[in-house]
Design a protein around this ligand. Structure first.
Ligand SMILES: Nc1ncnc2c1ncn2[C@@H]1O[C@H](COP(=O)(O)OP(=O)(O)OP(=O)(O)O)[C@@H](O)[C@H]1O
Ligand SMILES: [Mg+2]
Length: 249
């Protein structure tokens, strides 16, 4: 599997009469891992919704390109909360969106996706029987089962404890290393952004646009204790601080 490129050109979004995004421009390379950070209410989730085509931009363009294909790339989204259907067991939650004509084939794909996130033992559980971390893993499996070219993650690990978050981050990193889908990760967590991403975009202003871009010049696998990450954290916090005082028009 490989990723698709994303190009956002002069995108504008207004919601309920308020201008949320203006002149938003950035691109993501095929297989690149980009993190999007910014203060609460800036418009990060709005950007993901535009990318997922859940809302339409009022102006500008969002272009996806998949090498060797004319069709649109497959896109999957993981939200902050797992959004599982409570009346379906774990395996069926994932099988519901799995590709395949026959139910048995879809269930097999679901079992494979759940195995990839370390949940082979949880196939027959109900969503209410899962811990927060397990439920987020199911949500990740449900996204991965569609074999996405683009994976959009909206603070997927923010509701779990610090240790579980670290495990989930490492798991995501393994899956991405293996499959190289393109990732746009929205996160509040500057350490998460620095540890996972190839590049970090800082969103700010009202209406919002990209205020700063920080490349993460660190090879993988990464060590969380690498002094470079601590340095980057400082730069990122400074950029975030500057971005919150910028006001456009
Ligand atoms: N459906 C909507 N109608 C009107 N305004 C909206 C709607 N959805 C979001 N907004 C507004 O758009 C702005 C950006 O919201 P968005 O959810 O994208 O922010 P965010 O950066 O994801 O914030 P957070 O970090 O808190 O999740 C906010 O001011 C919010 O109030
Ligand atoms: Mg949000």
């Amino acid at each position: 599997m490989s990723g698709a490129t994303i190009q956002i050109e002069r995108v504008e979004v207004s919601l309920a009469g308020h201008s949320i995004l203006r002149n938003l421009e950035f691109s993501v390379e095929a297989g690149e891992f980009v993190a999007l950070v910014g203060a609460s209410g800036t418009g990060k989730s709005t950007i993901l919704r535009v990318l997922a085509r859940l809302i339409q931009a009022g102006a500008g363009e969002v272009k996806f390109h998949l090498t060797g294909s004319d069709g649109p790339p497959r896109t999957a989204v993981v939200f902050q909360e797992p959004r599982l259907l409570p009346w379906l067991r774990v395996c069926d939650n994932v099988a519901l969106v799995a590709p395949g004509k026959r139910a048995a084939e879809r269930r097999q794909r679901a079992r494979e996706a759940l195995a990839a996130v370390g949940l082979s033992h949880a196939l027959d559980l109900w969503p209410r029987q899962l811990s927060g971390g397990m439920a987020q893993r199911v949500a990740l499996a449900r996204a991965l089962v569609t074999a996405p070219h683009v994976l959009l993650l909206d603070e997927p690990f923010s509701a779990v404890d610090a240790l579980t978050r670290i495990h989930l981050q490492d798991h995501l990193m393994e899956l991405w290393t293996e499959r190289r889908f393109t990732v746009v990760l929205v996160t509040h967590d500057v350490d998460e952004a620095a540890y996972l991403a190839d590049r970090i975009l800082v969103l700010g202003g009202k209406p919002a646009a990209v205020q700063a871009e920080l490349p993460v010049r660190l090879s993988r696998p990464r060590d969380r204790r690498d002094p470079y990450l601590a340095h980057l954290r400082g730069e990122l916090l400074a950029a975030l601080d500057r971005s919150t005082v910028v006001t456009v028009g």
